[in-house]
Write a protein that binds this ligand. Structure first.
Ligand SMILES: Nc1nc2c(ncn2[C@@H]2O[C@H](COP(=O)(O)OP(=O)(O)OP(=O)(O)O)[C@@H](O)[C@H]2O)c(=O)[nH]1
Ligand SMILES: [Mg+2]
Length: 250
């Protein structure tokens, strides 16, 4: 059961608020917002200046049975990337306590990619954990030796391993496609999320994301965890930001 604490720190102007909710998933045409913790999320069209991201606390307006996101409450932090193709920032999620950068131990492992994901957390007050998956398939598990960054090696299919992922509040799973983000959630919460099939020793449909939307799930104890579609090209914050320095450190 989810508590109402997610709006406790709300700075919304209560008198002209119709409803306040938390964004649980973001789609092309709108987002799903949980208004009442015990209820189902409602689909909302977006009327705010900024685009809401998962775990944003939002102010809603209801008109003729349709919900609109009218505003976004102040964010504690924002994990975002710069999309060089669309030439704009794209938010992953807000108000995050721990970022799990998921990468597999196999031949597709790249320390540069890990650093690019880490750069998305630059300047944000979040715990950074690199989760190396598929250790059951690979004898050589890479060691990521970066100050301030934790590392956990797991087989995402093993509940004991996945149980070692600890966090308070909200965790965000990020990483390339096929590394095992949704598998972690399935093992952790007994969900039945779609995961990518394996053909022989290769992943099927290489290059396509199996997860299609950023979605937040609630654990029974109130903690939250966000699954995201794999990111193929990671753009980092604008050219004058500290993220560029991180990128250049590669
Ligand atoms: N043996 C083994 N297989 C794993 C492990 N983690 C993930 N897999 C498999 O890898 C495949 C891809 O996993 P997914 O969970 O779909 O990967 P994803 O990161 O969610 O991928 P996208 O949704 O496309 O971003 C699935 O067939 C999983 O069963 C692991 O630690 N060990
Ligand atoms: Mg997935």
């Amino acid at each position: 059961m989810i508590g109402k604490d997610w709006i406790a720190s709300s700075q919304a102007p209560r008198n002209d608020v119709s409803e306040i909710g938390v964004v649980v998933s973001v789609h092309k045409t709108g987002c799903e917002v949980l208004i009442d913790a015990t209820d189902k999320p409602v689909f909302c069209l977006i009327k705010s200046d900024k685009l809401p991201v998962v775990n944003d606390n939002v102010v809603l307006e209801k008109r003729e049975d349709k919900y609109f996101v009218k505003g976004i409450l102040e964010r504690r932090n924002l994990i975002a990337r710069y999309d060089f193709y669309k030439e704009r920032h794209q938010g992953f999620a807000a108000n995050i306590d721990a970022v799990f950068i998921v990468t597999s131990a196999n031949r597709e492992f790249s320390i540069n990619r890990v650093k690019r994901f880490l750069a998305l957390c630059d300047g944000q007050d979040v715990r950074k954990v690199v989760v190396v998956t598929k250790i059951d398939l690979e004898g050589n598990v890479p060691k990521i030796n970066i100050e301030g960054v934790e590392q956990i090696n797991i087989n995402s299919l093993d509940p004991k391993d996945v149980g070692r992922l600890e966090w308070r509040g909200t965790a965000l799973l990020m990483g390339s496609s096929g590394v095992g983000k949704s598998t972690i959630l399935n093992t952790l919460c007994g969900l039945n999320l779609k995961t990518r099939e394996v053909q022989g020793d290769r992943l099927a449909n290489k290059g396509r994301h199996t997860t299609s939307a950023r979605t937040m799930y609630f654990l029974k104890d109130g903690r939250r965890i966000i699954d995201t579609p794999g990111v193929r090209i990671v753009g980092v914050e604008g050219e004058n930001s500290s993220s560029r320095r991180a990128r250049n450190r590669k």
